[in-house]
Design a protein around this ligand. Structure first.
Ligand code: CMC
Length: 441
């Protein structure tokens, strides 16, 4: 949301009348918001706590001021630090975008070289991480392994706790962006019983991930440039999305001054859910289940009847179109020209066509989101479905770190601690166990 600047000479305040008491309150407006704590002066009796807002799921609550990502959901606009996502996807690499998110400006050539070198230097993980991975069951979900090993990094780098030290913070940023693909690939290799492949510093960020995932006997795996580019672009599209569920987890956990590895693990855990980063995998399961175009109408009816959700559709913020979905659709064509067409694409396109003409979806402003087509590309790149949320997490790592750093440097932020409206029992006495009878509770 971007605030409107004009007040046309009128006072930039909100006047609230409390009809219970007849009292009026004048509340300052800043950036089209009022401070929730200003409402506390609205009370019936002097001993009252005062008025709060009730906003489950933060539908209309700004929890921070941010300069990182701008989204206009009605107009399908997404910008990182003011740059349109379409231009970033076309003109930059993921590591340039990661630099932009962290530092606020795009790097020049010298800055980019230094940044890339620092990240590349930190792609290796401690050998003990391999033992840690080995401890997981053979069929452990890679996202569970990723979340756990990101958290485990905090035990390897205890000085990362010094979150007020900018040098430590930057070192953690290099490490987390550098090591995320290594942990992801190790988790995958463990799940298929293949030896871990060490990072190759001569490859690009995305190329290195493909090598660590898929290298078998060859001395060096040189991924196809179109495929490397597609993966890199997907990382850009997933890099940040303002105050989404996982960024909020990163900020909330980080606000207790937990170390950044633990905070990033919490963010990755939030991303794991099927309504967030798990949705791209759910799309593929859904397309598999539908199986062929003839079964689409029955599936749509089940969605309209409330029995199912159309995964990869709908968004809390975008109510027109998701600009990331439009870029991904074009990317899919480039990838399929190299890998051959994913047969599920036809089902996906038909599903989209039917849904976009249907009143149920039109009325609720439900459009394909970033996850509707991303899974098809990941699958064409030979990533197993369980790896999809892990890929999302790799791209989102830079966004989480930018959000975390902004939160730490914001003098207005404190430990994150929402209020509640208590509707439980009033104070009562505790009966002894023998006096509670069968019907207690
Ligand atoms: N399929 C069918 N109905 C839907 C869907 C869907 N995918 N999404 C929303 N609706 C309906 C919902 O049932 C509700 O209907 P009604 O008004 O009759 O109760 C209405 O649309 C409003 O939905 P909501 O659940 O109140 O919206 P929300 O903002 O709380 O949820 C969402 C947003 C993304 C969780 C939801 O749209 C959803 O579950 N989509 C499917 C999962 C998905 O694709 N998630 C990826 C999001 S993009 C990647 C990311 O940022 O993580």
């Amino acid at each position: 949301m971007q605030p409107s600047a004009e007040t046309n000479g009128k006072p930039n305040t909100l006047t609230i009348t409390d009809n219970r008491t007849g009292k009026q309150y004048e509340i300052p407006i800043e950036n089209d918001t009022i401070r929730a704590t200003d409402l506390r002066k609205i009370r019936m009796h002097p001993e009252d706590f005062g008025m709060m807002t009730y906003d489950p799921a933060f539908m209309n609550t700004a929890a921070c001021r941010s300069t990182i990502t701008f989204i206009d959901g009605d107009r399908g606009i997404l910008q990182y630090r003011g740059y349109p996502i379409e231009q970033l996807a076309e003109r930059c690499s993921y590591l340039e975008v990661a630099y932009l998110l962290i530092h606020g400006e795009l790097p020049n050539e010298a800055q980019f070289e230094e940044w890339t070198q620092n990240i590349t230097q930190h792609t290796f993980v401690h050998e003990n991480i391999k033992k840690f991975m080995d401890g997981f069951h053979y069929d452990a979900h890679p996202m569970g392994m990723f979340v756990s090993t990101v958290a485990a990094l905090s035990t390897f780098y205890p000085t990362a706790k010094r979150i007020d030290d900018p040098v430590e913070r930057l070192l953690t940023i290099y490490r987390l962006i550098g090591k995320a693909p290594t942990l992801a690939a190790f988790a995958y290799r463990h799940s298929i019983g293949m030896p871990y492949v060490y990072p190759d510093d001569d490859l690009s960020y995305a190329g290195n991930l493909l090598s660590m995932m898929f290298k078998v006997g060859e001395p060096m795996l040189q991924p196809h440039p179109v495929l490397t580019h597609a993966l890199d672009t997907l990382f850009i599209l997933h890099a940040d999305h303002e105050q989404n569920c996982s960024a909020n987890a990163m900020r909330a956990v980080g606000s207790s001054r937990a170390d950044p590895y633990s905070s990033a693990a919490a963010a990755a855990a939030a991303l794991y859910g099927p309504l967030h980063g798990g949705a791209n995998a759910e799309v593929l399961y859904m397309l598999d289940e539908i199986g062929n175009k003839e079964k689409i109408p029955a599936f749509i009816n089940a969605v309209k009847g409330g029995e199912r959700k159309l995964m990869g559709f709908g968004h809390r913020i975008y109510k027109n179109f998701d600009p990331r979905a439009s870029i991904i659709k074009k990317l899919a064509d480039q990838v399929f020209s190299v890998t051959g067409r994913n047969p599920k694409l036809d089902i996906a396109m038909e599903l989209e066509r039917i849904a976009l003409q249907d009143d149920y979806f039109i009325k609720r402003k439900l459009y394909p989101n970033v996850d509707f087509y991303s899974g098809l590309i990941y699958q064409a790149l030979k990533f197993p479905v369980d790896m999809f949320p892990v890929l999302f997490a790799i791209g989102r790592m830079s966004g989480w770190l930018a959000q975390w750093q902004e939160m730490l440097l914001d003098p207005e932020q404190k430990i994150s601690r929402p209020r509640q409206v208590y509707l439980g029992r009033a104070k009562r006495d505790v009966p002894m166990l023998s006096q509670r009878g069968f019907a207690a509770g």
